[in-house]
Structures are given as C-alpha cells and as structure tokens.
Design a binder for this molecule. Structure first.
Ligand SMILES: [Cu+2]
Length: 323
C-alpha cells in the first residue's frame, strides 16, 4: 500500500499552506480572567514579542477582545448609526484583512463567540516594529518586533506571557480583596477600578452588599481606564441585553446596541420600583467629556439588586441594602 501512503502525503502536502522551511510559530495570549470572572486582564501576554521574518504569530483568546493592526491609521469608531438605530461597528467584530502582514493596512481578528475562545494567526513578511491594539479596550496594546536575527524561542516567550498574565490577575485579585466603598456622612462612593500599568479591570461593584441608611446618596465613580460600565436597577425585571444580534440572510449578523441599555433614565432617586439606568459610564477624564459617574439617592428601605449591563454575563451585579 505504499502508493496510498504516497498519494496521501502528496495530497496533504498540496493542502498545507506554503511556508518558508525556517518559519516558526509563536503564541500570544489575549486577555485572561480569574475563575470567578471578577478580574479581567486587558492585555496581550507577552506584551512584546520578537520573531523572525516569515514567522507567524497565533493569538489565543481568553476573553472578549480583538487583535487589530491599524498601521498608523485611526481605530474604527465603536458604533455606527443607521437610521435611528446604532450598531456595533462590524469592522471590530469580524475578521478584516488577509493572513499576512507587511506593516500596511487594517487587520482585525474579530471577536470570539460567547465562550471567549478564538485563535488568530498572521504571518509577518517584513522586518519592523508593529504595534497593535484591542479596539474594544482603550489602552490595551501589544507589539510584534520582526527581525532578521531572532534570539528567543516560542516556548520561552509563552512562558513569559503566562508569567505576565499571572502577575496581572494576582494584582487585580489583591485590589479586589482590599476594595471598600467610601463613606462620607450620608454619601457613599462605590469605585469602579482597574489599573492601566498592571493591566487589569475589576468587574465587580462591591465584595459585600453595601448597607446604607435611608436617604443616603450613592455615587458610582469610574476609576478604570479600560472599561465602560452601567449602573442599572431593574426592580426585579431581567436586565436588558446591551448587544442584540440581528441575523442577516447572508454574512455575519448585525449587532444592535440596545437603546434601553444605552440611554440614561436621568433618575436621581430610587424607591425600589421602576427602571433606573445610568447609561454608559466612561473612564474618568475621557476626551469626549462623557459621563464617568452616576449618583442615586435611596428613599425607601429594602434590598436592591443592580447590574452592569456591559458585564452582566460575567456576573457584574451588586446589592444595596437600605435601612
Ligand atoms: Cu461593567
């Protein structure tokens, strides 16, 4: 049966993409989270990787991100209006660009499905330093350095990536363990935290229910550079979805940004009834002067659950107990 073996190997050879004999595959981890999903890594691990000309990098996803090479261009806008609706920009949700990169053009991996898993490979054809970003988390950056003479190995680079990721998640866990709401008389502040140097976000409001006297005002204050959040009280209703996929007859779905989730209700008091939504809260000092805090005064006793509509699926909700 030697002829069969020969035929099979010839077939396999012809379907395997052509690669230089010396080509090496490198791995970069995208994101990561603690098992309880409270801490989210907004980083590429390792942050910088040095590879040889003709080598490929495979990004292995562990969270909701993308890998985008802008080649000096502007990042695509987050949202695109269509009539009176707003859609999530498909240019950051679905793959754009070919399988190799020479330092030019827009390339995007697209985002993973609900399980957070995706793998994206690019082959680098020219020496150079190539920065890339996640267009979903501002400030989430990585670098591919392509050189004629590479010194490291993929195993060592991956080990470095895992160590960086572990340090990031540990820093986030330590921050969450010490997280306290701040009290000033009848005013409370719930900080929404992250750290752009240590590259994590805490996707929780408070560790324990926040107990406040009746008549107190609680302010949720953004102190995170990576994320957006909402503060949304639904009074027992299911929290609305932020992104609603609309299947199309062909091609990928359109993703509607749900106005109910985006639009502030401009409520200042809460008695345990109705729908109260902060709308999107943005990093402090953002260039568009978009809101970065939300305050609510609690007028009736009770135990009230609230949600971040951006991160409800990873368990970002909290409880206020008004006495
Ligand atoms: Cu959130």
């Amino acid at each position: 049966m030697a002829w069969l073996t020969y035929l099979l190997s010839a077939l396999l050879a012809s379907t395997t993409p052509a690669r230089a004999a010396s080509s090496t595959d490198w791995t970069v981890i995208v994101g990561g989270a603690t098992a309880d999903t409270s801490i989210y890594a907004n980083a590429f691990f390792p942050q910088a990787i040095e590879i040889g000309v003709g080598d490929a990098v495979t990004w292995t996803f562990e969270g909701f991100h993308n890998v985008a090479f802008l080649s000096g261009g502007a990042a695509p806008p987050f949202a695109v209006p269509e009539g009176d609706k707003t859609y999530w920009n498909p240019q950051m949700l679905f793959p754009v660009g070919g399988q190799s990169y020479d330092g030019t053009g827009y390339h995007n991996s697209g985002v993973p499905g609900p399980d957070g898993r995706l793998s994206y490979t690019l082959t680098f054809t020219k020496p150079g330093r190539y920065p890339y970003v996640c267009t979903i988390h501002p400030g989430m950056r990585g670098m591919v350095i392509v050189t004629d003479k590479v010194t490291g190995t993929p195993a060592a680079a991956l080990k470095r990536g895992r160590a960086e990721q572990a340090a990031t998640l540990a820093a986030g866990q330590a921050r969450f363990a010490g997280l306290e709401a701040e009290r000033n008389g009848t005013t409370f502040v719930v900080p929404l935290v992250g750290n752009s140097q240590q590259r994590y976000s805490v996707l929780r409001f408070t560790r324990e229910p926040l107990v406040v006297p009746r008549g107190s005002t609680v302010t949720w204050a953004m102190r995170d550079t990576f994320e957006i959040h909402t503060v949304t009280f639904t009074s027992g209703e299911k929290p609305p979805q932020l992104a609603v996929p609309e299947p199309q007859s062909s091609g990928p779905p359109k993703v509607l940004l749900n106005p109910k989730a985006l639009t502030p209700t401009n409520t200042t008091q809460y008695d345990g009834t109705g729908y109260v939504n902060s709308g999107l809260l943005f990093p402090p000092g953002n260039p568009g002067k978009l809101p970065s805090s939300f305050s609510l005064t609690f007028t009736k006793p009770g135990r009230f659950e609230y949600w971040c509509l951006v991160h409800a699926e990873v368990g970002q909700h909290g409880i206020i107990v008004v006495q």
